[in-house]
Write a protein that binds this ligand. Sequence first.
Ligand code: SAH
Ligand code: SF4
Length: 408
Amino acid sequence: MSSLAATETATAFVEKRPLERYAEPAQPSLVGMPRAMLAQALAAIGVPEGQHRMRVQQIWHWLYVRGAQDFDAMTTLSKDLRATLAQRFTLARPPIAAEQISVDGTRKWLIQLPGERVEAPHEVECVYIPETDRGTLCISSQVGCTLNCSFCHTGTQRLVRNLTAAEIAAQIVVARDRLGDWAAPSDLPLAGGSERRRLVSNVVMMGMGEPLYNFEAVRDGINVIADGEGLSISKRRITLSTSGVVPNITRAGAEIGSMLAVSLHAVSDELRDQLVPLNRKYPIAELLEACRNYPGLSNARRITFEYVMLKGVNDSLADAKALVRLLKGIPAKINLIPFNPWPGTKYECSDWDQIEKFSEVVFAAGYASPVRTPRGRDILAACGQLKSASEKLSARERLALRAMAMTD
Ligand code: SAH
Ligand code: SF4
């Protein structure tokens, strides 16, 4: 085999192609749309170009500050415009297929998105984790994943479909609806950044999918989420987690500017090739170089390195020491994630005392509180008890644990 063919085979093995077909609703929803798409929607119903900016601004406020659920609520628009909008568009949110609420306040929603056939929707999960000083929403960027990390259940799913920018941003809208997290009219004099604290104050893109293999939609979706005149969650409070798509890390630095989390999981290329097969394409040295060059890093603005604790695989104290050596010079946080097992996996979670010993080495090197207490254990247990759990169900369960282990 020529070396080119060998490379192609290796690449085909590590990456799957996303499906781009799904049944678009006859009447599209405006919810989650970036400003430019909203302007196109207005153009499509004959709003003159000179008015686009102002109309987009008005609709933006109703959609993303007030959480309007129907066009009639948009009282700053003329009745005619509201009626025309309602003929062509909706303000429908992606439906919630299931909701679970933990005693600690953690909530999981299973969100439906259009599939190839209307009767077979795709599903992604979204998890809300309240803490004393913040509320973090964990959102998805793909149905399934383009990659196939050996310890990750999402990676075993064959179907991959990229979420659109609107579907990415709509997850925040769905969460704010369910939490009643919209500005009340009495908040409005303060609207635009200084209003009362929102329940959803932080976003992590650590749900299903590899965000940097859905770059444009993730970028545009994050811009909707971060827009200071709308959902208003600043980019410093949005963290994108990647398994290490090196060229797009550089691009994310230039074009997105959110916080970055990198799924490292191993300190040698030999092991990382097995855990995160994308490492064969972008090995550790290249990955860390891209991290070093990520713009705006400082002690107050660090990259989070995620490290899943796999018993007997990557959890020795020699690994811990190598990890802190490897990250030397990069403003970094280290998140040790207890492995969440799934049916059929060959891995086990490290013993708790080993995780503690590992974290002590990391702590001694100057990295604070690296292990996160899993949240929402009761609702996870409820899933876990279903012995005949379908793949989908266990994927959901895993997703939630991941999110819970990784809030900051
Ligand atoms: N694709 C991106 C973001 C989604 S995965 C990425 O890989 O970074 C979010 C995090 O969950 C990653 O750090 C991933 O390695 C971790 N993860 C995946 N499966 C897990 C499991 N079974 N137990 C614990 N963490 C897991
Ligand atoms: Fe995809 Fe992330 Fe899972 Fe790897 S860990 S398969 S990149 S979701």
